[in-house]
Design a binder for this molecule. Structure first.
Ligand SMILES: [Zn+2]
Length: 326
């Protein structure tokens, strides 16, 4: 098993103590930013509970550990929205209740991850409430959410909350350095800022080389703003790179542009390393126009999960708005 993340040690030790005292709650709600390590923490806890040797850490060799490693342990369930949907439906929770009514096959424990728990629709949440009110013995329900306020209060109140705060920048940077020793420190800082301080998300971005992608897209925007590129062509190109990713970039740039325009003191800028370029692109645009574009991009992000064309049209509209008037 990999060690708990450095910024999760405190929570981990507390849970270990509760397992030793046989005093583990039936339901935990793990909260914190996207990319902070909620899933990893939940997975590690599942590994520990489903190991047949009761050690302070899983042995890695018993049948339970081998099944976990193969992703086929029958006493571990992961409930997540189906690929073609964006909610966890009531059928999934009913099926889960049925599953929990059966006895554990191997370790004596049954562990369930519901993620993201805030994507349960209201019927699913109501159905889960019954299980939370009368939890079967030796069951651990792990609800994961970066937006716990979106969960019904009745659900929240029946879970013990474990919240993960973002680690301090230095601690996050040294963890990133340990994962990717070749990663340049300045780039690591930029990635961490873009990931809003969440180290696992920053690492994912580093692995995908998003800095290069951002640089190319920013160049495209500069060309559009200078009237040297067709905004419709650029929209097509960006959509191929990924609709949501493109929209996230534009959103982040617009936020930084607004911050730079309204700031009296030097503001916090997520894309600090390209701030002069952003400032130049925003130079001839009124603040009210930037806010309008920010609204359009937020709306496009909201629609991006649907198959509708609206998100694409909105992105195209934002880019067309950037072309210089003749
Ligand atoms: Zn084991």
């Amino acid at each position: 098993m990999s060690a708990p993340l450095p910024w999760q040690q405190g929570q981990w030790q507390k849970l270990l103590a509760r397992i030793e005292q046989k005093n583990l709650p039936h339901a935990l709600l793990l909260t914190g930013h996207r990319g902070i390590g909620k899933q990893r923490f939940a997975q590690q806890l599942a590994e520990l509970l489903l190991c047949n040797e009761k050690l302070p850490e899983p042995c890695g060799e018993c049948k339970g550990c081998r099944l976990i490693a193969a992703g086929t342990h029958p006493d571990l369930r992961i409930v997540t929205p189906p690929e073609d949907k964006h909610v966890i439906g009531v059928d999934q929770i009913r099926e889960l209740s049925h599953y929990l009514s059966l006895t554990a096959l191997y370790s004596g424990y049954q562990v369930v991850l519901i993620t993201p728990a805030d994507l349960m629709n209201i019927n699913a949440a109501n159905s889960l409430l019954k299980t939370l009110e009368e939890p079967p013995a030796n069951t651990l329900l792990l609800l994961l959410s970066e937006r716990p306020a979106a969960l019904p209060a009745t659900i929240r109140s029946r879970c013990q909350v474990i919240n993960f705060e973002k680690p301090a920048q230095e601690s996050a940077l040294s963890w990133l350095k340990a994962q990717q020793p070749d990663l340049d420190r300045q780039i690591a800082k930029t990635l961490l800022a873009l990931a809003e301080g969440a180290p696992l998300r920053a690492l994912e971005m580093a692995n995908k080389d998003v800095i290069t992608q951002r640089s190319e897209m920013l160049e495209d925007l500069e060309k559009v703003a200078a009237g040297r590129c067709d905004p419709v062509e650029i929209t097509k190109k960006w959509l191929k790179l990924g609709k949501k990713e493109s929209l996230y970039w534009v959103y982040g740039w617009l936020v930084d542009m607004v911050r730079m325009k309204v700031a009296v003191q030097p503001p916090y800028i997520a894309n600090a390393d390209v701030a002069p370029r952003l400032s130049k692109i925003a130079a001839n645009i009124e603040l009210s126009q930037l806010y309008k574009r920010l609204d359009q991009v937020s709306e496009a992000l909201r629609l991006a999960d649907n198959q509708s064309l609206n998100a694409e049209l909105l992105l195209e509209g934002v880019l067309i708005g950037w072309t210089p008037r003749r």
